[in-house]
Design a protein around this ligand. Structure first.
Ligand SMILES: *Cc1c(COP(=O)(O)O)cnc(C)c1O
Length: 385
């Protein structure tokens, strides 16, 4: 039934396939029986297999069982959901927070709830697909501004000055390029034109800011960003997502965010692991230091070989290739050198901008990074890059 479309995808080098990854200790994985170095996970602090998270989840399962049995508003809210929401709010410096089942669910729930008929959403053209889909679900008018272009944002703002509500939404760290949103400029514009700012800190929480609180801490914008969305499945090594903001924002979302209302609550054990993850984040700042040291070592090495890493400012380090087939070939070649990465192709990134998206984590050793650098160096000397 779908043969033709699938063969077209294969032909265009755009087909996607699932690969089983077995991991026991973080960046050292087994794929098809082969031991490899993982260079594309978002487990930035290596928390996904931290004993504190595992223990917290196990204990909670002993006490509360596993499934939550219902949505939050029916009978699915446990003390752990509330404890985690309080902890996230404290961590983010907001009045309140609300859990979502994933970042995807958060963005497709929050945006249509906040912005509807008569409203406008202004969205960066490189925002994550879940933001794009949240915009598509919203009945608001959607205006897409050029990547990080504040002048364009302001020009578009002038066209909707009289909209009932104006929402500016941006990734804090752009997931495929690793660059950071110009949040201070966005916040100033929002204050000038009376707009609401929503930042998606999926790749910023645990990574950016002096204490890992994300992009608002990074830029010192406390109290000036209305909606801080973030995820628990990346640097926090757990699963799920949240919105943090004022008490009335959270009460509003509880009443209007459909992905929150109509979906079974996260298992308590997942909340317990997230609670433990925030503790580890606060108690082991050396993980973040190591992450940034590793990132700098890797980036310096790649750039020394003349490899184009675009505008990366974070542990997300894209190696730009352009052509999808070429990106696939590079990923395959790296696989033969024992490095596991994926070729990121359209529609995840714009046509003609395929890349190998590498990520560095705190769990990598110096030797791991050197191994990856050696592999890229070989590719370069063999003319693949
Ligand atoms: C990963 C990601 C999401 C989705 O989060 P999940 O919890 O994986 O569903 C949302 N926004 C951005 C920017 C992301 O990178």
């Amino acid at each position: 039934m779908f043969e033709l479309e699938l063969s077209q995808l294969e032909h265009q080098q755009l087909a996607r396939h699932l690969i089983v990854v077995d991991s026991t200790d973080g960046p050292h994985i087994t794929v098809n029986g082969r031991s490899m170095l993982l260079m594309c996970s978002n487990d930035y602090l290596g928390l996904s297999y931290h004993s504190a998270l595992r223990l917290a989840a196990q204990q909670s399962m002993e006490n509360c069982g596993f499934g939550s049995g219902a949505s939050r508003l029916v009978s699915g809210t446990s003390a752990l959901h509330q404890e985690l929401e309080k902890k996230i709010a404290r961590f983010k410096g907001t009045e309140a927070a609300l859990l979502f089942n994933s970042g995807y669910a958060a963005n497709t729930g929050i945006i249509p709830a906040i912005a509807s008929t008569g409203d406008v959403v202004l969205s960066d053209c490189l925002n994550h697909a879940s933001i794009v889909d949240g915009c598509r679900l919203s009945k608001a008018e959607i205006l897409v501004y050029r990547h990080k272009d504040l002048e364009h944002l302001e020009t578009l703002m002038h066209t909707c000055i009289h909209a009932r509500r104006k929402l500016i939404v941006t990734d804090g760290v752009f997931s495929m390029d690793g660059d950071i949103a110009p949040l201070p400029g966005i916040v100033s514009l929002a204050e000038k034109y009376n707009a609401i700012v929503m930042v998606d800190d999926a790749h910023s929480t645990g990574v950016l800011g002096r204490t890992g609180k994300g992009s608002v801490e990074h830029f010192g914008l406390s109290g000036r960003v209305s909606i801080q969305m973030g995820t628990l499945g990346k640097a926090l090594g757990s699963f799920g997502a949240y919105a943090a903001g004022s008490k009335d924002l959270i009460d509003f979302l509880i009443n209007h965010a459909r992905s929150f209302i109509y979906s079974t609550a996260l298992p308590s054990s997942v909340c317990a692991a997230s609670l433990a993850a925030i503790d580890v984040l606060e108690q082991e700042p050396e993980r973040r230091e190591k992450l940034w040291k590793n990132r700098s070592h890797f980036l310096t090495g790649l750039n020394a070989f003349g490899i184009n890493t675009g505008d990366s400012e974070t542990p997300i380090v894209p190696v730009h290739v352009g052509d999808s087939g070429q990106a696939l070939k590079l990923a395959e070649k790296l696989f033969t050198y024992g490095i596991y990465v994926t070729a990121i192709r359209p529609p995840t990134v714009p046509v003609g901008s395929a890349r190998i998206r590498t990520t560095v984590t705190a769990a990598h050793s110096w030797e791991d990074i050197d191994l990856a650098l050696d592999a890229f160096k070989r590719l370069r000397s063999e003319g693949y890059l």
